[in-house]
Design a protein. Structure first.
Length: 160
């Protein structure tokens, strides 16, 4: 009986993505806990293993990560963003990033790369208008914040 229910879920177009995504999210969260790292950063091997999960990382919401430390997800994002194919994917799918902190982190990383887009510049400008997001940026960037802010505000939001 249980198998029939799963089969119906797979065939139901509105539920397939949600159901599979929830399973995939849990697989990813479990994988993250087993990936090799040196100090606080993930190894090249870890980045390679996590690469196929980039869409899953972008699908994670605040409720998915409730009770988890955001830091490993940020550290993994940093490693993933070091690869050109991941940056290109992130620019194309930036609007799909669900978790606000992960989205802010990717926006900063993409802004500082050749792959930034007008959407990312607009996102960062709006973030700088929000006191809470500005605080996150300031704490995350430390002494580089002022320079970063000036660069964001001086960029055209049109094609770059």
């Amino acid at each position: 009986m249980h198998h029939i229910f799963l089969f119906v879920l797979v065939l139901a177009p509105n539920q397939t993505t949600t159901y599979i995504t929830e399973i995939r999210k849990q697989e990813f969260i479990q994988l993250l806990q087993t990936l090799p790292h040196k100090g606080e950063f993930y190894t090249d091997e870890a980045i390679e293993k996590a690469g196929p999960y980039l869409p899953t990382l972008f699908a994670l919401t605040e409720s998915d990560l409730a009770g988890y430390d955001i830091y490993p997800f940020g550290a993994l994002s940093r490693g993933l963003s070091s690869r050109l194919e991941n940056r290109k994917y992130a620019v194309r799918n930036f609007s799909k990033i669900q978790h606000p902190t992960i989205k802010l982190l990717w926006a900063v990383m993409l802004f500082d790369s050749a792959q930034r887009s007008p959407e990312i510049v607009r996102f960062l400008r709006n973030a700088l208008k929000d006191p809470e997001q500005t605080k996150v940026l300031s704490e995350g960037l430390g002494p580089k914040f002022s320079s970063f802010k000036n660069r964001v505000l001086s960029r055209s939001a049109g094609p770059l």
